[in-house]
Design a protein around this ligand. Structure first.
Ligand code: ADP
Ligand code: MG
Length: 322
């Protein structure tokens, strides 16, 4: 089990992590989301043992991890870490890269393991290629296979799907997280892409300026975001006056675009300024008075068209009640 307690870190004078606390059980999946520069990569590097914490402690199964100042070779053995930049060995083939850290003692077993991992990341057909013949996304998949080669107990992945096209991404993500669960490998995935977090993690930490500003199951973060920052990680969001929906009510409420529903009886009148096709629906940008809002519709809407909107049932109750 991983226990991170009061962890902080500074690059020279600049404090980048403030008082981080969390735990992770074997086989659990944690995602760390937050805007660029919020400290996600720094957190992973500190947990892995590449950066020495300024304060705080990290325990793994009750044993204190000492950090790079006390270890001859930085990085803990039972942890595997894939950095945002994955450095594959140029002279080696894909298969050799994946097998680089596997023992040569049982060559047949080693080849089987390499084949199994390349299959997992969908790169079997490229086993004999060299990294410079691969696209960025393909290199990223090979790097993923490589960190899995010697089964880690804890896997740290920094933006693991950033270069992989959507076409391949969904399938890879499903396969990878299924594999991690089956093998009981705990993981921490840093990402600014919410879908990574939504479907596959047991817990999510939301970071901003080096602090954890919100944490919980992704569905709770989505349904009851405490701030616009949290809601915004899931896509566009409106922050609207409560008085639009309930007379005399003060304050603001966060409303996702699909929660504003075109309805002839709706009393919010929005003038559409842009309508974006997004496959399952259109995302419309519109003006209500001087405020810009977003709402969804099944069909595209011409510019300057007026649309009556109402709030989806139950939204206020969800957002306002603790
Ligand atoms: P994220 O991964 O969430 O984008 P990072 O952990 O990379 O964030 O960075 C957090 C903050 O630390 C940023 O303000 C960044 O500019 C700063 N930072 C990152 N790496 C270094 C470094 N090697 N030296 C100094 N500052 C750094
Ligand atoms: Mg980063």
């Amino acid at each position: 089990m991983l226990l991170v307690k009061n962890l902080s870190f500074a690059y020279k004078e600049k404090k980048v992590l403030h008082n981080i606390n969390f735990t992770l059980e074997p086989g659990e999946q944690l995602s760390v989301i937050g805007e660029s520069g919020s400290g996600k990569s720094t957190l992973l590097k500190t947990v892995y043992g590449l950066l020495q914490p300024a304060t705080g402690t990290i325990f793994w199964k009750g044993k204190k991890l000492l950090g790079p100042d006390y270890n001859l070779v930085p990085g803990e053995d039972f942890i595997k870490y894939q950095a945002q930049d994955y450095d594959l060995m140029a002279p080696l083939t894909v298969a050799e890269n994946v097998g680089k850290f596997l023992s040569n003692f049982y060559p047949r077993k080693k080849q089987q393991r390499i084949a199994e991992l390349l299959e997992l990341v969908g790169m079997s057909d490229f086993a004999q290629r060299r990294p410079d013949e691969l696209s960025g996304g393909q290199q990223q998949r090979v790097a993923l296979a490589r960190v899995l080669a010697r089964e880690p107990e804890l896997l740290l992945l920094d933006e693991p799907f950033s270069n992989i096209d959507n076409f391949k991404k969904s399938a890879l993500r499903r396969e990878l997280f299924k594999y991690l669960k089956q093998q009981g490998i705990a993981s921490i995935v840093a990402t600014h892409e919410n879908a990574d977090s939504l479907s596959f993690s047991d817990h999510t930490l939301v970071m901003k300026n080096g602090k954890i500003v919100h944490r919980g199951h992704p569905s709770i973060l989505y349904q009851k975001p405490k701030t616009k920052y949290v809601a915004r990680l899931f896509g566009e969001v409106n922050q609207l006056p409560l008085s639009w929906f309930e007379e005399d009510k003060k304050g603001l409420v966060l409303v996702y675009p699909h929660e504003l529903i075109p309805d002839a009886d709706g009393h919010i009148i929005a003038i559409v300024s842009d309508s974006y096709f997004e496959g399952h629906s259109y995302l419309n940008k519109a003006r209500v008075g001087r405020r810009n809002i977003f709402f969804r519709s099944e069909k595209g809407i011409p510019n300057e068209f007026a649309v009556n909107l109402r709030l989806k049932n139950g939204v206020l109750e969800t957002r306002l009640n603790e």
